[in-house]
Every structure is written in C-alpha cells, then in structure tokens.
Design a binder for this molecule. Sequence first.
Ligand code: ADP
Ligand code: MG
Length: 253
Amino acid sequence: MGTANYILQIEALSKSYDKKIFALKDFSYKLESGKICAVVGESGSGKSTLLKLIAGLERSDHGQINMGDQILCNDQIHLSPQKRSVGLVFQDFALFPHLRVKENIAFGLAPGSHSKIEQMLKAVRLEGYEDRFPSELSGGQEQRVAIARSLVREPDLLLLDEPFSNRDTILKSELRHEIKRLIKDLGLSMIFITHDIYDAMDIADEIIFLKEGKIVRQSPIADIFEAVKDKYVQENMEELKRSAETILSMIPK
Ligand code: ADP
Ligand code: MG
C-alpha cells in the first residue's frame, strides 16, 4: 500500500465553551484526499463544533488541524476562515433572502466572476434559476444554491451540517447522489453531519460516531454493509435507522 494522502489531519483537538464541559475532547482524525466522511452522533456530541473548528469559526483550546502542509490552527496559530480552503454549509443554508440566486452565489466574490458562477449553476443543475429569489425555490434547490455559493470559492474540503434533514425521502436520496457526484467530479473531499444512517451508508466512504466530543467508532462504509448483510439482511431495514449505534457496535474497533 502506498502512503495515504490526507487532506485533513486533526491531532488531539479540544474545545470547551465554558471551560468546564468539553464539546470536543482530545479529538484526532485523518481524512484521506477525495473521500467523503459522515459524522453521526446524538445532539450535543460535538458535531457542529468539529466543523466550526475546521472552518475556523471557533477557536480550539488545544490541538492542531492541518490541511495538507498548511497548519490551520494550533496553540499559537489561528488561520482566519477566509485563508482556509474550506467551505461550510449550514443546516439552514443561510441564503440572503433579498438577493437573487446568482447574487447569493457571487456574494463577496471579485467582480468579473460571471463565467465561474455560470459554470457552478450548471454543476448544481440550477441553470435558468439565476434570477429567482430564495423564496421562489424548493428546499432542495435552496440547498444547492448554498452548496454552489461554497463551491464557487474553490475549497478543497466541503463541510455540510445536517444537509439532508427536513426533506422528504425521495428528494433526500436525489440530493445525496447529486452532491456525491459533484464532490467526486470536482475531486474534493467532504465531511457531512447526519442523524440518519441511510445518508451515511448511501454516499459516505467512511463514518465516524461521536459521543461526548470523542470518536467512539470509526469505520469504512463497506464494513457496515458487510455487518448488515451478515446479521440484518432478513430483518426490517427500519432497524438500521433506529439503531445506528447497534450496527456500529457490531464492527470490531
Ligand atoms: P452537536 O452539533 O453534535 O449537536 P455541538 O457541537 O453543537 O453538538 O455542541 C456540543 C456541546 O457544546 C454541547 O454541550 C453544546 O451545548 C455546547 N455548545 C455548542 N455551541 C456552544 C456555544 N456557542 N456556547 C456554549 N456552548 C456551546
Ligand atoms: Mg449540530
């Protein structure tokens, strides 16, 4: 096996908001270049904090984050979000309601980025929607605008916080695959938070399970399919949805 090429390396990262409870504690993780990672964990387990630390929206107490050869943060350094090649898409998309689709995507970009914006609209299949306002879009379309706004800045790593929540199942599945296609086509890497094991199994290459700010399980998705095939194939797949933790516990550490 060759040496793995890591887009992201996190070493012993800790974050406390109140200096008492750690939202993230001694967290270490590496993501291989070009891979998609799903983060699963109950509410308050530190998932959003992890993404904010990677994006630079929060400061860590201890630890180090590297992207390639670049140090994003350590005890001395805190690179501003603008200097990180990271795109973060929030759960609520955070689009500007008074701006059209094309203006939302262009916001903060240098003038003359028109062709880049056109290209991105095409990539997220929103050609013809550039003059609409967010209120004139479906939830899935809004999400794609938010993703386009992130991707047009050409990040190497895309972070999505619960991107598929509050959507009906068919739309979710379609969205998941569109996003995966985009990420793989552009040669990017991605970390996404989800509460749904189906999301993870559908598009991720690996899954990490967070509890109280620590990774309690980490597994390639292929191993989960194996575990499911062995023990669950005759049973109701709903079981999967209810018991992500049970499935993950079947995988050897
Ligand atoms: P998750 O996204 O998994 O629900 P979070 O990262 O949002 O978890 O939160 C982890 C812990 O940090 C929780 O205990 C939460 O209450 C706390 N926390 C998150 N953000 C803040 C904040 N801005 N101020 C104080 N505490 C926070
Ligand atoms: Mg969260």
